[in-house]
Write a protein that binds this ligand. Structure first.
Ligand SMILES: C=C(C)C(=O)SCCNC(=O)CCNC(=O)[C@H](O)C(C)(C)COP(=O)(O)OP(=O)(O)OC[C@H]1O[C@@H](n2cnc3c(N)ncnc32)[C@H](O)[C@@H]1OP(=O)(O)O
Length: 259
């Protein structure tokens, strides 16, 4: 499948989406949103792909929405653009496979919001993160007001949104905004190692973790706990559960078949 604004690479059980508008710091225009949707449709259907990694080409992960478009959009078109962005981010969040944001540089505005929709964030030491929309007289429109608040707490989130300040990777790690920080030269290798470790697990159990955690975040505790028990029952119906328990008892590595 041909793409203009991104590259889609598959290596064994891993797939990489590489945002590919480096001359515009991988900023997000309508075409990129449409191509992300297309890439996600392909990856969703590909049973061989167990973990998705998203990164950017050049010095940025993604510098947010393409600001050059903003002079042309009327309010209705702006609403439509924000809705398209929201739908892509939500689709990544709900993808039935783990998604890792590999933050190689700037992750700003919609770029940070893209990273926030992923399950795990790993960043290079050089990365800078932030929601600078306030400097344009607007505010985050691809889910940042909600997802950042849930991840780092309201006090930190509103400060990030209200100042528009950029945060260095180490500070982002301290507040739980990224899971870990590694030197830029090691980023791809570390992210691959992490993805390969996860790809060895049962795809069904991984999908159940995503579903129960994501739905639970929005639900009252007792409802979340109930979803966990029900999901746990579902996990017991899989061949992978038989294999996992058998492998433990036989003192060997499990060989999961994702069913
Ligand atoms: C969802 C929503 C609402 C949003 O995301 S709104 C957008 C939020 N993002 C931003 O405000 C970030 C805007 N970008 C910047 O502040 C600066 O480019 C950074 C990221 C600090 C990097 O600065 P520098 O390293 O000096 O690189 P810089 O020369 O600015 O960028 C390279 C090119 O990319 C362009 N560019 C960078 N970010 C862009 C963006 N978000 N949209 C369109 N073009 C962008 C930039 O204009 C420049 O183009 P040109 O070579 O034609 O001058």
């Amino acid at each position: 499948m041909e793409f203009e604004t991104l590259e889609l690479k598959k290596e064994g059980h891993l797939a990489w989406i590489i945002l590919n508008r480096p001359e515009r710091l991988n900023s997000i225009n309508g075409k990129l949103l449409e191509e992300l949707q297309r890439a996600l449709t392909e990856l969703e259907a590909d049973r061989k792909v167990k973990v998705l990694l998203i990164t950017g080409k050049g010095k940025a992960f993604c510098a947010g929405a393409d600001i050059t478009q903003f002079t042309e959009l009327n309010p209705t078109e702006a609403w439509k653009f924000a809705k398209m962005g929201r739908e892509v981010m939500t689709r990544i969040e709900n993808l039935m496979k783990p998604v890792i944001a590999v933050i190689n540089g700037y992750a700003l505005g919609g770029g940070l919001e893209l990273a926030l929709a992923c399950d795990i964030r790993i960043a290079s030491e050089e990365a800078q993160l932030g929601l600078p929309e306030i400097n344009l007289g607007i505010f985050p429109g691809f889910g940042g007001t909600q997802r950042l608040t849930k991840l780092v707490g309201k006090g930190r989130a509103v400060e990030i949104m209200m100042t528009g300040d950029r945060i260095g990777a180490k500070d982002a790690e301290k507040m739980g905004l990224v899971n870990r920080v590694v030197p830029g030269s090691a980023l791809q290798e570390e992210a691959t190692k992490l993805a390969e470790k996860i790809a060895k697990k049962s795809a069904v159990a991984l999908a159940l973790i995503k579903e129960v955690v994501n739905r639970g975040v929005d639900a009252p505790l007792q409802s979340g706990l109930a979803m966990e028990s029900i999901g746990w029952g579902v996990a017991f119906s899989t061949e992978d559960k038989q294999e996992g328990v058998k492998a433990f008892l036989e003192k060997r590595e499990p060989n999961f078949k994702d069913r």
